[in-house]
Design a protein around this ligand. Sequence first.
Ligand SMILES: *Cc1c(COP(=O)(O)O)cnc(C)c1O
Length: 388
Amino acid sequence: MSRRSLDTLAVHPPMIPSPAASPVVPPLYQTAAFATEAVLEGADYDYTRSGNPTRDALQAQLAALEGGTHAFAVASGMAAVGTLLRLVPAGGRVLAGLDLYGGSHRLLHRVLDRYGVEVALVDTTDLARVEAALAAPTDWVLVESPTNPLAEITDLHGLCGLAHGAGARVAVDNSLMSPVLQRPLALGADVVLHSATKFLGGHGDVIGGALITRDPALAEALAFLVNAEGTGLAPFDCWLVSRGLKTLALRVRAQQAAARVLAERVAAHPAVERTFYAGLAEHPGRALHLSQADGPGAVFAFTTGSLARSAALVDATALLHTAVSFGGVASGIGLPCRMSHASLPPAVCEQRALPPDLVRVSVGIEAVEELWEDLSRALDGAQLRRAV
Ligand SMILES: *Cc1c(COP(=O)(O)O)cnc(C)c1O
């Protein structure tokens, strides 16, 4: 019997010596600090901001999935973009795709400008424009392909070649594809970014982000920043993302299969004007996309010709919930201009011409015919409103 008091015992649970236990999933090390046996020798882990085994397990898996050597799990997708942009020196220059996540534009235009960083926007679907824009010395190029929500396609391999030739690095935000469908490092990107909140987590229950690279010098710089700024993902959130990753391939393929069915039907519905999805035969970037990715993904968008009709349609769906996120097992529908992209600076809105009546659909894993029943009822209602 221990002679320690209840007060002391309450603070010190018996520790299970790890070599004796072989858990079948990476255990959750929900601890702020790690004790060391010999103070002068230090230990592999000392403080969770700097390193935690649960985070390391997730990071190793993320690196493997994206074909990288180093990965960093951070507090959110925006923390991932923010950490990347810390690599831009004061007075440096970033070339950014026109059609980027709204929060990325906010960071570029309202935070980076404080450090005298020049942000140039370019339509990266046109490599001639990229080449012209790279005439000025550039530190980083930040792109998404396909873009969210307009599904515009950039030739990633071509863009990386141009950027590297001009002495710039390339980061690709791969949140919309996930490594199941597209692996930008193999196409020449220096860093891949993710909002792990989307497909990687996949269940709508955790906010997280990731940066993956196979460049040791970049990895060292990123590791330094994550520790210095305290942006590392908390152990429990790492554990949730890690749990989500087990079904990533199954989810993404099932969600994509259902999205193909729904996007075809939506595109053919009389209430719809234009549909944006790289899986449709009429999509101008389809062949290019399929040359660099394994499918169009599970998110598509469409217009109805009227903001009022689009809003009524979104409100009319019952199974598809109206929420800002995408990539989860539960389907969602929303108006990007009013929701996920509401943070776009007005100048960016003008340049990229995001239609105000644009509706974005993220397809989950519900029965596809039940999703169509819900969506087609809402579309029929929009068509009736058009008639009156
Ligand atoms: C959601 C999203 C982000 C931001 O991620 P958070 O986890 O919400 O911070 C960045 N890029 C893309 C493409 C996104 O969809």
